[in-house]
Design a protein around this ligand. Sequence first.
Ligand SMILES: Cc1cc2nc3c(=O)[nH]c(=O)nc-3n(C[C@H](O)[C@H](O)[C@H](O)COP(=O)(O)OP(=O)(O)OC[C@H]3O[C@@H](n4cnc5c(N)ncnc54)[C@H](O)[C@@H]3O)c2cc1C
Length: 441
Amino acid sequence: MDEKFDCIIVGAGVAGLTAAMILARNNMKFLLIEKGEFPGSKNVSGGVIWGEDLSRLVPEYWHETDGGWDRYINHRRLTFIDEQSSFSIDFKSDHFNTPPYAGIVVLRSKFDRWLAGKVEEAIAESDFAMDSFIATNILVEEILMEKDKAVGIRTGDEKFYADSIILAEGVNNLLTRQAGLQNDYVPADHILTGVKEIIRYDQNVLEDRFQLNGLSGMSNEYVGFATRGVEGGGFLYTNRDTISIGLVLGLKDLRKKGLKPHDILSDFKAHPVIKDTIRGGEVVEYSAHVVSSGDKRIMPKKLYKDGLLVCGEAANLLMNAGKAIQGMDYAMRSGILAAESAIKARDAGDFSSHIMKGYQDALNNSYVMQDINNFQDAVHLLHNPVMYQKMPNLINHFGRNFFTIRNEPTKKAHAMFRESVSEHASWMDLIKIGIKGARSL
Ligand SMILES: Cc1cc2nc3c(=O)[nH]c(=O)nc-3n(C[C@H](O)[C@H](O)[C@H](O)COP(=O)(O)OP(=O)(O)OC[C@H]3O[C@@H](n4cnc5c(N)ncnc54)[C@H](O)[C@@H]3O)c2cc1C
């Protein structure tokens, strides 16, 4: 295979597969290389794909009820927990029942494989049915450069050449660093580790337990004692006949507190509120993966250079501002934009930074960078101990008092609230969080 490709994509995760789909539809001859045994074999997410971009890739995917997705989200819950209690904000709406869905739950080993199948179909319909490939079980070790322009990749002794390279290698972005677009050293305080279990139930039990109807599903995020005081949070999502339950935990804080992710996950599952929610299931899978904190300061300074584009979490495109983890939808949109730039470069016959820069401009104008920029304060707020330790304790203290009926005169809610503040935080904490929260959200 010594001929040259229009484009080489590294990584068949959400970003790489999305880019591949756009390239196939636009008659680009490309090679998509994945180190895993099959697309999705190495990938982990909670996970919900938020937004509607999937319907741009696979129109009316919702008709494929046996396809890559598990359930659509129509029920959302944010839960603050302390050692014994939980206090939730709960929102369920029939508005979410109509496609295109606002969020779908996926299991990556199934979803990525399914999406790869759709890319294969698009390749088969393109002019390069015999010349574009998804190649698995291959580790890309080096980006080949000539006069500071990316011209190809090396894997073992083999070299493959292309006019443009799209790096979609995910959060461990070794090639992005090799290309000089990101510092070699990314401090541990900007990286979290995610641990997750998949627990299986009889489907009827699952649907009754979580009040699911047909393919509706729920997402529940947790803040507070879920992480035993470690920076981060928890999640629970309903799949077809399983749930995904897990935590994302700050690496630096874990090290400082000497705690292990699987011990914290066991404790989380044993929490009185969680224990009742998950009882009776069988753990069928355990996985772990690092995930970016979403702090913009560790983004590569530039996402392009001559012949090269970086998308997805390799570009640190991820955000959790309290409402949800958004990584897969950012991977999808940036994959679309990167592929569109590679196509523009082919049409112009110019693969220099001059054209590649259009990708960064398009990304900056998209909701991805607008949200990352606008909600940075919220990202930092969520990583503030007041937010993930004191506030959940305060809220639950208040909840316990408020919902306890004694056969004695009842205090007014504001008096109870004052008590909770003095027990678990300070007015100064609340003022700071209030001001920052109001500004950031
Ligand atoms: C516990 C957890 C929960 C999460 N929950 C959510 C959620 O609910 N919603 C959400 O939107 N996001 C969630 N995320 C984040 C989301 O998973 C990522 O942001 C998303 O997967 C990024 O997609 P990507 O395509 O950029 O990278 P990845 O999905 O990581 O794909 C990168 C691919 O590149 C391959 N690769 C890497 N290097 C090479 C190489 N040198 N050669 C060949 N192949 C290579 C990898 O094997 C992989 O297949 C979660 C993450 C974790 C860890």
